[in-house]
Design a protein around this ligand. Structure first.
Ligand code: PEP
Length: 254
């Protein structure tokens, strides 16, 4: 598939996989995906598996991501993980502001922006998640909600930092529900997000920024979604937990 931007497909394992299970999954992915050069592939295991997984992915084309981090650099923050601690395990990417964290940990756009700046300070690339709920889409509020999230979550980033930031558009109603946005919905929403980036930064940044789609991506819908001009990859939840489905999503996207 000829795309303007290199696709980036990331697996968000969420709170799944023991260390042993994680290593199994990585071994399978390495076997299946060794030849892939066309797509940036990222795996985001839980914190507890980062150390062991980092050793296995070192000699591979898989890159490591984390699912969250603190906005602080260290100190008295019980239960938190500092950005530099992720760097110890060769983590390159960090998912920020996933809708589950927005919902359950009450993360705000302002906090996500702080985290994004903290990530860039140690050269971690943030994957900043945005997306509307079903009620918001049905109420005609999608664009308004996304504009607020984009402006708030990316506040204070320089153009250079934005060039190294990934956006994940994940309609909340499509996450883990089996419901996927239609390709038209995905394309038009991605184009809208790109127009927001153009106004907030400039043309060059908007052309360069990669916008992933997330929400029940599977092997059967990956090709059509990834063929949309403004869809530059996927953030995959459930289907990232099995070798077969994640590998097929990648292969079907090429
Ligand atoms: C996600 O949580 O980022 C996600 C997209 O999940 P799923 O693929 O399971 O819908």
């Amino acid at each position: 598939m000829d795309k303007e931007r290199k696709l980036i497909i990331a697996g968000n394992w969420k709170m799944n996989k023991t260390v042993a299970e994680a290593l199994d999954l990585i071994q399978g992915l390495k076997r299946e995906l060794a030849a892939v050069k066309e797509v940036d592939m990222v795996v985001c295991p839980p914190f507890t598996a980062l150390s062991e997984v980092s050793k296995l992915v070192l000699d591979s084309n898989l890159r490591l991501g984390a699912q969250n981090m603190s906005e602080n650099t260290g100190g008295a923050y019980t239960g938190e993980v500092a950005p530099m601690m992720l760097k110890e395990f060769s983590v390159r990417y960090v998912i920020l502001g996933h809708s589950e964290r927005r919902q359950f940990q009450k993360e705000t756009d302002a906090l996500i922006a702080k985290k994004a700046l903290a990530a860039h300070a140690v050269e971690l690339k943030p994957i900043v998640c945005v997306g509307e709920t079903l009620a918001e889409r049905e109420g005609g509020l999608t664009e308004q909600v996304l504009a607020t999230q984009i402006h708030g979550s990316l506040a204070g980033l320089s153009k250079e930092q934005m060039n190294e930031t990934v956006i994940a558009y994940e309609p909340v109603w499509a996450i883990g529900t089996g419901k996927t946005a239609t390709t038209e919905q995905a394309q038009s929403t991605h184009a809208y997000i790109r127009s927001l980036i153009q106004k907030m930064f400039d043309d060059a940044v908007a052309r360069r920024v990669r916008i992933q789609y997330g929400g029940s991506v599977k092997p059967s819908n990956a090709r059509e979604l990834m063929s949309q001009p403004d869809v530059d990859g996927a953030l995959v939840g459930g289907a990232a937990l099995e070798v077969r489905s994640f590998a097929d999503i990648v292969k079907n996207s090429i």
